[in-house]
Ligand binder design. Structure first.
Ligand code: CMP
Length: 250
C-alpha cells in the first residue's frame, strides 16, 4: 500500500513546488524500470520509492551545475533533461538526453567530487531524488542493487567509448543519423505517417549532442530530408525510412 505524501522541495535558483507523491500506475511502471529499482522485490521497491523526495523542474531550469557539490541522485519520472559540459570559452557539449526511467547524479557518490555535468530540464519534468547516504544504506541492505548500478556504469562507459570512436572515425552525417536513431529508440512513437521523434531539442542542442557545428548538422538533416529518409519539424523529426537512416549511422 502506498501512502499519499506531500513534500516541499526547493530547486537551486528556482521556486519551491509542492508535489503529491501519490504514484499513478504509469509512473510506477517507469520508476520500477530504473537501475535503482530493478533488483528489488515489489515491497522493497515500494519502500524505496516512499523514501524518495519528488522534485519538479520547469523547462529550461537548471537542476545542478557541473562543479557543484553533489549529495543526491535522481530518477526521471516524467519529462526530459539534458546533461552537458562546457569548455572554458563557453562552448557546450551534450553528453546525454535523459527520459523517464533514467537515473543520474550517482558519479559524485561513487567517486566523491563535484558534479561532472550540468543537468537542465528540456521540458517540464518530474524526478525522484535519493540522498547519497541513503543509497549507501540501500546497497548495504540489498547488495544486488550494487550490481545493477555497476551494470549501468559499465553501459555508460561502453557508450562513452562508442561516442569517442564515432568522433574520431565517423563523419557528421553518420553521427547525425545515429543520434536520430538513438533518440527514436528513447522517445519515438510509431504513427501511420512514420516514426515521430519528439526530441524537444533546438538545432543548437542537436549540434551539441552530435559534436559538430549547427551548420553541418543542418546540412546533414536537409540532405536526409531531400532523400526522403526524414521529415523535419520544429523540435521533432519524423523518420520515414528507418533502415536507410540506421545504415547511414552504423
Ligand atoms: P554526477 O557527476 O553526480 O552529476 C552529473 C551526472 O551526469 C553524473 O553524476 C552522471 O550520472 C551523469 N553523467 C556524467 N557523464 C555522463 C555520460 N557520459 N553519459 C551519461 N550520463 C553521464
Amino acid at each position: 500500500m502506498h501512502l499519499t505524501k506531500i513534500t516541499l522541495i526547493r530547486v537551486k535558483g528556482g521556486k519551491s513546488c509542492i508535489i503529491s507523491l501519490m504514484p499513478n500506475k504509469n509512473e510506477e511502471e517507469v520508476v520500477r524500470r530504473a537501475a535503482l529499482f530493478t533488483a528489488l522485490d515489489d515491497a522493497s521497491a515500494a519502500t524505496l520509492r516512499e523514501s524518495m523526495s519528488a522534485v519538479k523542474v520547469a523547462k529550461g531550469q537548471i537542476l545542478f551545475k557541473e562543479g557543484d557539490a553533489g549529495d543526491r541522485l535522481f530518477v526521471v519520472v516524467e519529462g526530459k533533461l539534458k546533461l552537458g559540459t562546457s569548455s572554458g570559452d563557453g562552448r557546450e557539449n551534450l553528453l546525454s538526453i535523459l527520459g523517464p526511467g533514467d537515473m543520474f547524479g550517482e558519479l559524485s557518490l561513487f567517486d566523491p567530487g563535484p558534479r561532472t555535468a550540468t543537468a537542465t530540464a528540456v521540458v517540464d519534468s518530474k524526478l525522484l531524488a535519493l540522498a547519497h547516504d541513503q543509497v549507501i544504506g540501500l546497497v548495504k541492505e540489498h547488495p544486488q542493487v550494487a550490481l545493477q548500478l555497476l551494470r549501468r556504469l559499465a553501459q555508460r562507459l561502453r557508450k562513452a567509448n562508442e561516442v569517442l570512436s564515432d568522433l574520431v572515425f565517423a563523419d557528421v552525417p553518420g553521427r547525425v543519423a545515429k543520434a536520430i536513431i538513438e533518440l527514436s529508440e528513447r522517445f519515438g512513437t510509431q504513427k501511420d505517417d512514420g516514426l515521430h521523434v519528439n526530441h524537444d531539442l533546438t538545432q543548437e542542442e542537436l549540434a551539441q549532442l552530435v559534436g559538430a557545428s549547427r551548420e553541418t548538422v543542418n546540412k546533414a538533416l536537409a540532405d536526409f530530408a531531400t532523400r526522403g529518409w526524414v521529415k523535419l519539424e520544429p523540435r521533432a523529426v519524423i523518420v520515414l525510412d528507418y533502415e536507410r537512416l540506421a545504415k547511414r549511422g552504423r
